[in-house]
Design a protein around this ligand. Structure first.
Ligand SMILES: CC(C)(COP(=O)(O)OP(=O)(O)OC[C@H]1O[C@@H](n2cnc3c(N)ncnc32)[C@H](O)[C@@H]1OP(=O)(O)O)[C@@H](O)C(=O)NCCC(=O)NCCS
Length: 161
């Protein structure tokens, strides 16, 4: 898959994919308050549509059929009000179910980290209920357990030096 993979910013070149990204995120997290309807998700993504600036949204597709969005990941701001001192977050990392396990998630995460670093971000945070091992394997540190929307999640961070 890796050779065929195209990863780019949604705001530069893939504006056509906006509704696919909304569908992917809504489909994955509609039970969570922050994604409980499509409009909420649209507003979140709309805020990431200025090309080359923070916050941003990345998408993955394949050269085999670039019209289909395989996955997405974003860098967002101030994700959790209780942790407002943490400014930059990796958020909404999602690969379409039938394309998982082929390295797309790792590529999206790496692309977001590289772009954030290029834009001067020095530290990223995230929270995850089930993927802490994935992030740990990519160099993220487990800072604490927190409860988000009634679910226990790992709060993690990575320094971008
Ligand atoms: C987590 C997720 C983004 C990983 O994307 P992916 O393209 O499947 O990941 P990769 O192929 O790059 O593999 C990375 C890791 O993801 C995990 N993974 C792989 N396939 C998976 C699957 N079918 N289901 C769940 N996790 C899987 C494994 O831990 C894997 O680690 P490994 O490479 O050491 O085996 C994807 O499974 C997903 O969208 N899950 C639902 C949403 C989610 O949990 N997002 C993360 C929220 S913080």
């Amino acid at each position: 898959m890796r050779d065929n993979l195209i990863i780019c910013e949604l705001s530069s070149g893939r504006r056509d994919a906006f509704s696919q990204v909304v569908d992917l995120i809504y489909g994955q997290w509609q039970d969570m308050e922050f994604c409980s309807d499509r409009e909420k998700v649209s507003v979140r993504i709309q805020g990431r549509m200025i090309a080359g600036r923070l916050p941003f949204c990345y998408v993955a597709s394949s050269t085999d059929d670039p019209s289909v969005i395989l996955g997405t990941a974003s860098i967002s701001l101030h994700e959790l009000p209780d942790l407002n001192q943490r400014v930059y977050w990796l958020s909404e990392v999602c690969v379409a179910a039938r394309h998982r396990g082929r390295g797309i998630g790792r590529e999206l995460i790496s692309a977001c980290i590289a772009k954030a670093r290029e834009l001067g971000v020095r530290e990223l945070s995230l929270y995850t209920a089930r993927q802490r091992d994935l992030y740990r394997s990519m160099g993220w540190t487990h800072d604490a357990d927190i409860v988000v929307d009634g679910e226990t999640c790992a709060l993690m961070s990575i320094a971008l030096t």
